[in-house]
Design a protein around this ligand. Structure first.
Ligand code: SF4
Length: 500
């Protein structure tokens, strides 16, 4: 019998086919950049947890990769006789194995016991965490570990970093002892079912669906989709599928092509997407778009932010996962049609917030519409900056008063079949102004890449030459975002008289 790790059992819980592929076709897996980044976040949170649970540094860390699994199990067992914390202690029992993030010595009625803590980088306890701790407790208890309790430690998103490497309060614990201990029979069943999946000679036949992204983005999606018939006009291009009847048609009846969805089940925007996609025609309500923008007289400003977030804050007075802007691009279009560009980019590695806020206030002037694309993002960042810097509060909030969302104008009045149900600027721009393309940019081409580039630029290991290259890529990318908005505004407002 193959001994299955906790991560394999959790893969089985997500999708039996995923488990089978992980064992028999591991090369078919391609983890997204976001998935890889989440591993790095997990490691960083794990490091902090070790300091928090073992401030004196007397604890022991097991490294199964370096020590080998068998040696790791033996050392874990030996360390149970010590009175110090153990990190990554490994146990195996009943066809499964698991490594516990944190084991803390405890006592009850004079008896030596252990408190087990699983550390997660999320900001709340999820259902799959409950499965995780149930497996963890099952394996440890069946391996003979005297467990007093099981808890899950996750990040407190409301905590504010006081600086000075003081991370007390970053993690909060939720006790899951009772439910973890109560689920032994369930865990036994999972192990038995997972074992039988692994023994199969052929892949289980399971169709792709919502489970492929929950709770984790599955790295086998490309592999699985390549085995399936791909509809010519996928229903996933229909925007914002919320209505129960439509959901049932797709999820229960398995409809995959929008031609099979009756119009009565669609709202107005979905119907528009369907009819213009099938007819391969552009929808453009030029009058409606111009009317929406008629009140927005020049001069106008077009702004866009790039942000970074850290699960473990590195700058004083910031919260876990807070979106912190490090760059903006601003185009100003004067009444004369003159277009000027300003930008801000801080790659020093220090908190860019105050300088960002001051530069933004200076760049946005004091009158005229401020166009953004998807206003909720930029306005939320401006409000956060206003809260942090009271001296700038009035000026920052005054910018929000002038914000006009170009995305909502696009959603109401424009659709091109190449958008495939999305109104992101990356989809709308090439449809409206085909000569402007994000994929023609060197290096950074989207927000995720901008975050990665930022992290690389502030890393002490990055050379000055590489940092300079990243700086140019980021500046070019963010500038294109706001120039794209200028050109989209021009088409929507019917200002073909301006040479932009
Ligand atoms: S892509 Fe979906 S169907 Fe395929 S293995 Fe992963 S979760 Fe299962």
């Amino acid at each position: 019998m193959r001994v299955l790790s906790k991560s394999k059992l959790l893969a089985f819980r997500q999708c039996p086919k995923r488990l089978w592929l992980e064992i028999h076709r591991p090369a078919s897996r391609t983890d997204s950049v976001a998935t890889q980044a989440s591993f790095a976040v997990g490691h960083r949170v794990g490091d902090i947890a070790r300091h928090l649970y073992d401030p004196s540094g007397k604890g022991n860390l097991i490294d199964p990769q370096a020590e080998g699994f068998e040696a790791a199990f033996v050392r874990s067992r030996d360390l149970l006789s010590s009175s110090q914390p153990i990190f990554e202690a490994g146990f195996a029992a009943c066809g499964a194995l698991a490594f516990a993030d944190v084991m803390l010595p405890a006592k009850k009625a004079g008896k030596k016991l252990w408190r087990m803590v699983e550390v997660k980088s999320s900001t709340s306890v999820k259902d799959y965490h409950r499965d995780d701790t149930a497996i963890q407790a099952f394996v440890a208890r069946n391996a003979g570990v005297p467990l007093l309790s099981v808890a899950l430690a996750h990040i407190d998103s409301g905590w504010v970093y006081p600086g000075g490497e003081d991370y007390h309060g970053l993690l909060v614990e939720t006790d899951l002892t009772e439910e973890a201990f109560d689920r032994e029979t369930e865990v036994k069943t999972w192990i038995a079912e997972a074992q039988s999946i692994v023994r199969r000679r052929t892949e289980p036949k399971i169709a792709t669906g919502r489970h492929c992204a929950q709770p984790y983005a599955c790295g086998f999606l490309e592999h699985c989709e390549s085995q399936e018939f791909q509809p010519e006009f996928p229903v996933k291009w229909l925007p914002n599928i919320q209505a129960k009847a439509l959901k049932a048609r797709i999820e229960v009846e398995g409809v995959t092509d929008m031609r099979e969805v009756p119009n009565e089940l669609l709202n107005e925007r979905q119907r528009r997407v369907k009819s213009h996609t099938l007819a391969n025609e552009t929808y453009f309500d030029a009058q409606g778009a111009a009317a929406d923008l008629a009140a927005c007289a020049l001069p106008a400003y077009f702004i866009d932010f790039e942000t970074i977030q850290f699960a473990v804050p590195i700058w004083k007075a910031t919260r876990p996962y807070q979106q912190i802007p490090f760059q903006f691009s601003a185009h100003r279009l004067a009444r004369t049609g003159r277009l000027q560009h300003r930008s801000f980019l801080d790659l020093s590695g220090k908190d860019p917030s105050r300088a960002f806020a001051e530069s933004l206030v200076a760049a946005c002037g004091d009158k005229g519409p401020v166009f953004v694309y998807n206003a909720s993002f930029e306005t939320a960042r401006i409000r956060e900056l206003a809260d942090r810097f009271p001296r700038l509060k009035k000026s920052l909030l005054a910018i929000n008063e002038r914000v006009v969302d170009l995305l909502s104008v696009a959603e109401r009045h424009y659709y091109h079949p190449s958008q495939q149900g999305s109104w992101s600027i990356k989809k709308v721009l090439p449809a409206i102004v085909p000569q402007l393309r994000y994929d023609a940019l060197e290096g950074v081409q989207d927000g995720g890449m901008a975050m990665e580039a930022y992290l690389e630029a502030i890393s002490p290991e990055t050379t000055q030459a590489r940092k300079a290259q990243i700086e140019q890529e980021l500046l070019a990318y963010c500038k294109l975002d706001t120039y794209a908005m200028v050109r989209i505004w021009q088409v929507f407002s019917g200002r073909s008289d301006l040479a932009l």
